[in-house]
Design a protein around this ligand. Structure first.
Ligand code: FEO
Length: 401
């Protein structure tokens, strides 16, 4: 049975949610599921903006069938060619063989690569700023290369001031009937997943996101329709501000997250003692995460949120404990920068974890490593406790700046 919602009288949400998938991209846990948004404009001409993942194809086609009835589908606009949005292009062509497909030159290269279809005169190749009239509605296309794939573009509908933003402004999380931001508690239920989605999927491409934001700042936008997560029809400044911060790698909050790895509990003990010491010094809302038991995508989300980090890890195979090393590799891959970091290492003999963690941090932009670096030899003792207290002073002082 169809399951659609009206964005307006003539713009219909025809997407669907998947609550079965465990790992998005076979990589990121999504316990709250994920939504694949698709939109239909019903004017003199009809247009679908992006399709959906193959897991929800049946719902998608029931939605289109219901909304179009006997009308033809005139256009498919392809803003993004990642298969979670383009998986139904070939099937849509079978059902609507006269449909034209609108994309840019890179779009059509990818359609050929993925689906081996020869579109001949069905392809409408657009350039930056080109427009397409559907009647009352008029779509203009703006390229957003590497946000986060090279072919990405966004479509702006000027009559209703709707931005169809591709993956930008998206989030993990299934839509539970309430598809609009003003129908749900975004700060409470969505912000962490939106940040985790941005940081892990788009985070590497901050400069490209900044370029896109500047380009879009000239448009009068009333509604943002992303390909994942809620549709935004109010409080757009809130969302744009988050994207501006995240894409400049500026923290959302002056706060500290302690990320620790611990084999037998001694490094964990140091993390807990530090957290308690920070609390005694007046630091609030301290976050503590075990890197072995917390998915790295959540740790990356915390880096995007917090101004300060403390990394605590044992020495392992004469290097950094693997779970912490994996996290640091991700930080480097995602171009993370502009954070203040404290370091704690443990080593029963030959501790080298702090030196090697610092080397990775020094390879990132504008990472300020605090002194002192704390060295624990097996378990905290009076000497390392003193170092830990000095680190707590340094973190608290830096947070207060
Ligand atoms: Fe949601 Fe880049 O695909």
């Amino acid at each position: 049975m169809y399951c659609t919602r009206k964005v307006s009288e003539e713009v219909i949400w025809i997407g669907a949610s998947d609550r079965r998938l465990a790992l998005f991209e076979n990589l990121f846990p999504i316990p709250r599921g994920v939504a694949y948004n698709s939109y239909l404009i019903k004017d003199e001409k009809t247009a679908v903006l992006d399709t959906v993942d193959s897991s929800v194809s049946r719902q998608f086609f029931e939605n289109i069938q219901h909304e179009l009835g006997d009308r033809p589908l005139d256009y498919l606009i392809v803003n993004h060619m990642e298969p979670d949005h383009c998986a139904n292009i070939a099937e849509l062509l079978l059902r609507y063989p006269d449909m034209k497909i609108v994309g840019n030159a890179k779009t059509f290269t990818m359609i050929g690569q993925f689906y081996g279809v020869d579109l001949k005169d069905q392809a409408v190749v657009v350039k930056e700023g080109d427009s397409l009239s559907l009647g009352k509605h008029k779509l203009s296309f703006y390229f957003a290369p590497m946000v986060h794939w090279p072919e990405v573009m966004v479509s702006y509908e000027e009559t209703e001031k709707i931005l169809f933003s591709a993956d930008a402004f998206g989030s993990f999380g299934a839509l539970n009937g309430n598809i609009f931001n003003d129908e749900l508690d975004f700060d409470r239920d969505w912000l962490d997943d939106a940040r985790r989605y941005y940081g892990n999927i788009v985070g590497k491409y901050g400069p490209q996101v900044q370029t896109a934001l500047k380009k879009l700042s000239g448009l009068d936008i009333a509604v943002i329709c992303p390909l994942h997560g809620p549709v935004w029809r109010s409080d757009l400044g809130y969302l744009l501000e988050k994207y501006d911060l995240w894409s400049r790698y500026e923290p959302e909050e002056k706060s500290v997250a302690i990320l620790y790895a611990s084999m037998y509990g001694d490094t964990e003990n140091a993390a807990n003692v530090l957290a308690a010491g920070l609390a005694e010094k007046g630091v609030k809302n301290i976050a503590v995460h075990d890197v072995s038991g917390t998915h790295v995508s959540e740790l990356i989300g915390e880096v995007f949120r917090c101004s300060h980090l403390v990394l605590a890890a044992p020495t392992y195979n004469n290097g950094i404990y693997p779970a912490m090393l994996n996290f640091l590799h991700d930080c480097r891959a995602l171009n993370l920068q502009n954070r203040t970091v404290g370091l704690i290492e443990n080593g029963t003999w030959g501790p080298v974890a702090a030196k090697q963690m610092k080397e990775i941090l020094d390879s990132l932009k504008n990472m300020n490593v605090l002194e002192p670096v704390v060295t624990v030899k097996s378990a905290l003792n009076d000497a390392s406790l003193e170092q830990l207290d000095a680190l707590a002073d340094a973190v608290a002082a830096s947070l207060a700046e």
